[in-house]
Write a protein of this length. Sequence first.
Lengths: 248, 295
Amino acid sequence: MTTAVDRFDDEARRRVEAHGRTTVHEGELLRHPVYTRLLHWSVAIFFLLAFFSGFAVYTPWLYRAFTPIFGGGPMTRLLHPWFSLGFVLFFALQILNWANPMRWTRADSRWMKRIKAYVAYEEALEPDDVGFFNGGQKMYFWTIAVCALIFFISGLPMWFPRTFGRLVVAVSYVLHDISALLMLVGFIVHLYESTAQQPGTFQAMTRGSVSKRWAWTHHPAWYRDATGRDPRADYERALAAESDRREG
Amino acid sequence: MPSGTLQIRAISGHTGPVPGAGVHREEEVCKYIDTTTCIGCKACEVACVEWNDMPFAQTTFDNTYQTMPSTAWNYWNLIKFNEHPRDDGSLMWTMRKDQCMHCEDPGCLRACPAEGAIVQYSNGIVDFNQENCIGCQYCVTGCPFDIPKFNSTTKKVYKCTLCSDRVGQGLEPACIKACPTGCLKFGTKVDMLALAEKRSEQLREHSGFANAGVYNPSSISGTHVIYVLHDATKPEMYGGLPSNPTIPTTFTFWKSFAKPVGLLMALLAAPVAFFHYIAEGPKEAQPPSRGERHE
């Protein structure tokens, strides 16, 4: 199973990589290759389309604001399930692409316990066992995966109400809404953390590279794997060099 | 009988007050259907199709007098024929005119997310405005009587209007006008209920229908179409008339909690993120190249 997934993902990556490049400058590391970036932004585009067309119909407060974007109420309703199918399709590929780095480990459970320290910036560097993704990122990822599944399963009865029973459809409305709300919370946090809150993160998904400083700060274990060097020692050295420069 | 412009009481997918609501007092209207005097002549079906200018629908033959299995997007009024075996083994034939019941608490309107696609007039008529309909078919799920029907070509939902266009002009609905036996009547809800009670009493006392009664289900706060039934304890024998029609209970949770409260709670993430930034600032890659002082 895993090998088949790996083979499929490797093949997809190889084909896409042939048509793109990632420039890694001096002092930088490759974070997300071309295939991952293309997947992420395909997911993002379909997500936003499904998000706005969905919330247009979600509540009267947003109906007048969002339906004109898609050419009115009927078009919004018509397009929403198709946008969503695009989202589900690309997210499925994203799961194949990230199944390994997103695997939950004991380090992630430890990370969740010290989330308060993370939010309050108590330490300069993340703990040494934080790898390519931290516990929060993994939790967001798997929440989206579960929500996408619920969206898909509850969306079908909503799309074809007469094929399913009245009760099934009525319950589907609630499930569809709850997963939309969960996803909304996750999305807001994701948006904040990847832009304003962590300078240097956004370029990981656009250009594909990050600075080494960024890597040892936010993902020390990944830094060690990628460079074979000790993140904390490199940080101390940079810190010393920084204070030398300022004094001298 | 009411006349003049129809005044709106409730609008689907609408926020804020309903324009014009309560400006003048209006009597609630009601269609009275006496199943005990219906002869199943289908004159009401023809009058409905004719007045609403719909093409004649294809009929199907299933070895009974049933014209077609159910109402359709272009066939809003249908006599349901039922052969009901009595306890003594003899056969009883029931005929019921099936159409929108114009519920006092309409599940279709509660479910509808499109502003102005479904309105309820002060006189109790529940009406669909196809120009505002988005074709989501939530009303199909909301309706306890399986009345709204989707047209996959126009992507809109249709149903009986209780001839709101005629009633607004002081006329009775087309089906009422066509009925030859007088089993259909139209008037105020109060008058029609009184008439139905009187007729039920007559059936109970003089015609041997001990369980005769009025169908005006309280589970949806009553309807603006009421039936006189030979046996009000078994509405199911009249072609699947539900004895306790309900709007799915999930609707209340869905519409009054999950949507408004849930959305506000979810959106709280935005100010939390914003004020986190204001209070803590960004988490720079360490060490920041410009030097850093914590205050």
